[in-house]
Design a protein around this ligand. Structure first.
Ligand code: SF4
Length: 393
């Protein structure tokens, strides 16, 4: 939807937009609304996906301005460790390069002792969070999810446990016969602090039919997430973009997340996850030739900032998916969070990701300071733990 009707001269009512160059009337109106604190409507978000030239520059600048208004001249990170406890999985998502079958040579399963050991290593490095997710093995005891929580709490009672996607919760609830509400309550009672809002990918059913047809349907995903919120378990929210989805699909996905947030208020952040393609079936079958462009990365983060303003204050630039350099730049285009140190990362690496598995806190601090922002180490739920001085302070 390219814009052809250029306004000859902006009316000067908004000096900020005026300074950003000639914009179409339509784009100017959308960005003015955003600057006045109104979240984007679906059509407005869609229009911004077609921004180019000065319009694109204005989108990034307005997203940065709104970000600063919502969270200040800061950027955050969390010291955490990923623990992907098994790659044994029967689901077979075509976008996933991580899963193995039980017969594969390189299938692995961590024991509870392995998980405790990794938790203690993370604690020694200053981690406040362990992020635990895994595949869905065919032969599995659904109470293993509970036992993981017990094992972590036994070794490090103060560690925040951010664990188990809605897909894993569904699987555990089916294996134990508890129903997902009872299963979630049990997990909360055993120390689950929050949940990753993963396993959503892109909500459009025709997209999901191609990339992850065995995943749980959107309605069930939303029910599990809303139930978690009602039980006092916050979640993140995510989207996996840059494969076969369209801008319409991205906006519809964000709409679904916005609706959940309006109902429960339990979402802590939105995490766009750029698709990593090399070792995936989607790529092998020729359905996807590459991942997202830097341009799409920028648009998704900046538009998300404007779309969710007033509802979700934190937009994460996931360095392990898009690289620390681009993630750094996106902190000036609507994102306000770098994600975590991770310490180990199997999922992106198995899909062909080339980023490191560990970024040290000092690296985050340096990257944030370069931007003239104040670095803040945060908790999982965005409580400040350590506020650093910004450069030159
Ligand atoms: S994304 Fe998760 S559920 Fe899907 S195949 Fe990979 S490990 Fe299994």
């Amino acid at each position: 939807m390219p814009h052809t009707l250029l306004k000859p001269k902006l009316n000067g009512s908004n000096a900020f937009l005026e300074a950003l160059g000639p914009l179409t009337r339509s784009l100017e109106k959308i960005l003015e609304n955003a600057l006045e604190g109104r979240p984007l409507g679906d059509d407005e978000a869609l229009e911004l996906f077609h921004a180019t030239g000065p319009g694109l520059n204005a989108l990034a600048c307005v997203a940065d301005r709104v970000k600063r208004r919502r969270v200040g001249d800061t950027a955050t990170f969390v010291i955490n460790r990923n623990i992907n406890f098994t790659n044994d999985c029967v689901v077979g998502c075509k976008f996933c390069g991580f899963f193995r079958s039980a017969q594969d040579e390189d299938v692995y399963h961590y024991t509870l002792e392995d998980i405790q050991q990794k938790t203690l290593e993370a604690k020694a490095l200053g981690a406040t969070e362990v992020c635990i997710q895994g595949g869905l093995p065919k032969s599995f005891d659904g109470f293993f999810y509970r036992d993981i929580l017990r094992a972590v709490k036994q070794s490090a009672p103060e560690m925040h446990i951010h664990a188990f996607s809605p897909m894993e919760v569904l699987y555990g609830s089916q294996l134990t016969g508890m129903g997902f509400k009872g299963f979630l309550q049990m997990l909360k009672d055993e120390g689950l602090g929050s949940m990753p809002g993963t396993a959503a990918e892109v909500f459009d059913e025709s997209v999901r039919a191609l990339i992850s047809k065995n995943k749980l349907p959107l309605e069930l995903w939303a029910e599990i997430v809303k139930t978690a919120h009602r039980l006092g378990i916050p979640t993140t929210s995510t989207i996996m973009y840059g494969h076969i989805e369209s801008p319409q699909d991205i906006v519809a996905h964000m709409r679904a997340i916005k609706d959940i947030q309006k109902e429960t208020g339990g979402i802590t952040e939105f995490v766009p996850l750029g698709f990593i393609y090399p070792n995936t079936k989607l790529h092998a079958e020729g359905k996807v030739k590459s991942g997202p462009s830097g341009l799409l990365d920028l648009k998704v983060h900046a538009i998300a900032r404007l779309y969710f303003q007033g509802m979700i204050d934190h937009i994460q630039a996931s360095w392990v998916k898009i690289g620390p350099k681009l993630a750094q730049v996106l902190l000036l285009a609507g994102a306000d969070d770098f994600g975590g140190t991770l310490m180990e990362e199997h999922i992106a690496k198995a899909a062909g990701g080339t980023e490191r598995e560990y970024l040290q806190p000092d690296t985050f601090v340096a990257l944030i300071r370069e931007l003239g922002l104040t670095p803040i180490q945060r908790s999982t739920i965005y409580k400040p733990i350590k506020v650093y001085q910004k450069a030159g302070a």
